[in-house]
Design a protein around this ligand. Structure first.
Ligand SMILES: [Zn+2]
Length: 273
């Protein structure tokens, strides 16, 4: 019987079958490969949860992150590992085995600008080397206090990092005229912009407002945490508040309004399904 095109339907030849199989394979490869997120799209916000400074009390978020099926990035100073009040190598390995990213933060948490190029190199490169030697796949860096200059940004690349994070540059607290979110990919991966370090007094309502505001533009927000404890310092969040925040963030994620990704996933442009 002629088809609408006027040609009789014939059984597919072996060549046609092979071509069809190829197309199906290509489609499957595209559909199953990681999604690449680029630019800023309103309503599509990526949030990274980050912990700086190797602080021992950060281990207490491990179960909370697991309960919410979220992965964080821990920026570590290799020179303090195992010292009183700091994470041990075994604890860091446990975090990495959960799927959390381990990043670099200099050997001794020094303010880089003003140091000699040689000392900056030692602080950035030796920290990364030490973490790699311990078996951590370290690919991203955060400047202590966000402080950086042209020497440190060049060294981040030279030492083998894919990115370096600031602690400012977005509209939050002190910079009202700055953009609300970082772009994906960031225009300068060696100085990615972030809201400043979060304080205890800002609390969950401020962080939710920050994310709500960022959702209007889309892009990337990095949440920078330090201590996890009850009222133990300016830069801290309680376990209860962190858990409350992640309850809400999980609802946003499950509703498709945010994706929670590690820095490495954002910088490499990969969103796992
Ligand atoms: Zn720090």
């Amino acid at each position: 019987m002629p088809t609408e095109s006027g040609f009789a339907r014939r059984p597919a030849t072996r060549r046609q079958q092979a071509a069809l199989a190829f197309v199906v394979a290509c489609l499957a490869a595209v559909l199953l490969s990681p999604v690449h997120v680029t630019g800023r799209h309103p309503g599509a916000l990526v949030v990274s949860i980050e912990f700086d400074d190797t602080l021992a009390d950060q281990l207490s978020v491990r179960s909370i992150l697991a309960q919410h099926r979220m992965h964080a990035t821990f920026f570590v100073n290799s020179g303090v590992l195992g010292r009183p009040g700091y994470l041990t190598v075994a604890q860091l390995r446990a975090l990495a085995s959960d799927g959390h990213e381990i990043g670099g933060h200099t050997v001794n948490h020094v303010r880089l600008p003003g140091l000699s190029a040689g000392e900056q190199r030692r602080q950035i490169c030796d920290d990364r080397r030490a973490l790699l030697a311990l078996g951590f796949a370290v690919s991203d860096f955060a400047y202590p206090w966000g402080a950086h200059d042209s020497v440190s940004t060049a060294l981040v690349r030279a030492c083998g990092y894919d990115s370096g994070r600031r602690a400012g540059g977005l509209a939050f607290a002190s910079c009202i005229s700055c953009p609300r979110t970082e772009s994906i990919p960031p225009p300068d991966p060696t100085a990615t912009r972030a809201p400043g370090s979060l304080t205890r007094s800002q609390g969950v309502p401020t962080i939710k407002a920050l994310i709500r505001s960022a959702q209007q533009d889309g892009g990337w927000i990095q949440l920078i945490f330090h201590h996890v404890c009850d009222a133990c310092g300016t830069y801290s969040i309680s376990r209860q508040d962190f858990s409350t925040l992640l309850d809400w963030l999980a609802e946003e994620r499950d509703a498709g309004r945010v994706a929670v990704l590690t820095v490495r996933q954002v910088i490499r442009g990969e969103v796992p399904r």
